[in-house]
Ligand binder design. Structure first.
Ligand code: SF4
Length: 375
């Protein structure tokens, strides 16, 4: 039997970052009810998937650090009562820098949280203001210090590159600052324009200049050089870590293992099906508490599974396996080999044994390569 991962979505934020299209609300009126519904959802779904043990629990959002410690503890307690949680399970909470006080960080340790993912994004106030982030650069620095002082060894920080007016020197400083602070895991994302975000709206109204692809590509080049030079493993296209500090939760998800997601908008996955909860806090809590259907389910077709396998694994340092493809998706094997060949010749992909991996230049056009390989 496989091990299981759990994800809990906390759908509240103090402010709307200009690039964000995740599900969250800045209206806290429903908070108590949504938490009650999450507790009920966790308890009622405990037998849904056969599993050996729960290996990772991830509280994401939204902003989970906006919950009171007692509320987080309630969620963890119900998980411990409902699931077999491994004594070494990785338990991560996403934190916004302005929320993390010394007392809160100590309480996190007391209730069993052993990993923090801190949304730093930049160490320059003008970039944070441009993105409408709620915290300051100083608060980011202090939050990392607090986390380390109370004993968190397992810390991840997020950064964003390609922000307009963020010079290459400033981007270099952002990454190096995390090296200096000894952060063992770093996630770096290119700023992208998603529909229904303030950024999308401002661009459409020409209130800001279009983002520059070249600027983003150059900052990714800088990032890859810095990570290599500082011996951080690029174990996934957006994730870098010191040896031995890979995120267990993400690694499980990328390995195609089952996971259960609780809370508004959360997704769940098991071999043949994917399901997702309604992305509306008010409706979600009413439906769950009234024992009515609050989710939709999709049965995955063979081509869905094939595409998903490629999409997830091409981003990993290990790449995807031709042996896995021939064993699980023989229908698509011949065509895949032909399509891979084109990118091998262009040096976008490399074949190592039976593993197909992105080259450094391939990382810059990953989406275009995938479009060529999909069923
Ligand atoms: S804090 Fe995170 S989830 Fe909330 S708006 Fe900003 S990016 Fe989105």
């Amino acid at each position: 039997m496989d091990n299981l991962s759990l994800y809990i979505h906390i759908p509240y934020c103090k402010r709307k970052c200009n690039y964000c299209n995740f599900h969250f609300s800045t209206n806290f009126a429903t908070k108590k009810k949504v938490i009650s519904a999450i507790l009920k959802e966790i308890e009622t779904r405990r037998y849904e998937i056969p599993y050996d043990k729960v290996e990772s629990i991830y509280l994401g959002g939204g902003t989970p650090s906006l919950l009171d410690v007692e509320e987080l503890q309630q969620i963890l307690n119900i998980i411990y009562r409902s699931f077999r949680v491994d004594s070494d399970a990785e338990i991560t909470v996403e934190v916004n820098p302005d929320d993390l006080t010394m007392d809160k960080a100590k309480s996190y340790i007391e209730i069993g949280i052993n990993r923090l993912s801190i949304g730093v994004q930049s160490f320059f106030d003008k970039h944070l203001e441009w993105m409408n982030r709620v915290h300051s650069a100083k608060e980011s620095q202090v939050s990392i210090q607090i986390a380390q002082d109370v004993g968190f060894n397992n810390i991840s920080c997020d950064l964003i590159f390609g922000i307009p007016h963020c010079t290459h020197q400033q981007w270099t400083y952002n990454v190096q600052q995390l090296f200096r602070l000894g952060v063992p895991h770093i996630s770096c994302y290119a700023l992208t324009v998603e529909e229904k975000t303030q950024l999308h709206y401002d661009l459409k109204k020409s209130r800001i200049d279009p983002l520059s692809d070249l600027h983003t590509i150059e900052q990714m080049e800088i990032l890859l050089d810095l990570m290599e030079f500082n011996h951080y493993e690029a174990y996934e296209i957006s994730n870098y870590c010191k040896p031995g500090s890979r995120a267990l939760h993400n690694s499980k998800y990328w390995s195609g293992l089952p996971y259960l997601g609780f809370g508004p908008s959360a997704h769940s996955f098991q071999i043949d099906t994917r399901r997702w909860n309604i992305s509306n806090n008010h409706l979600y809590s009413n439906l769950v508490l009234n024992s009515e259907q609050y989710f939709e389910t999709e049965t995955l077709t063979l081509s869905n599974k094939f595409n998903e396998y490629l999409m997830i694994n091409i981003r990993r340092v290990e790449g995807f396996s031709l042996s896995y493809v021939i064993n699980n998706f023989p229908t698509y094997y011949k065509k895949l080999i032909q399509n891979i060949e084109i990118h091998l010749q262009k040096s976008n992909l490399v074949l190592e044994g039976r593993q197909v991996k992105l080259t450094r230049q391939g990382k810059f056009i990953c989406d275009a390569i995938l479009a060529d390989l999909f069923a």
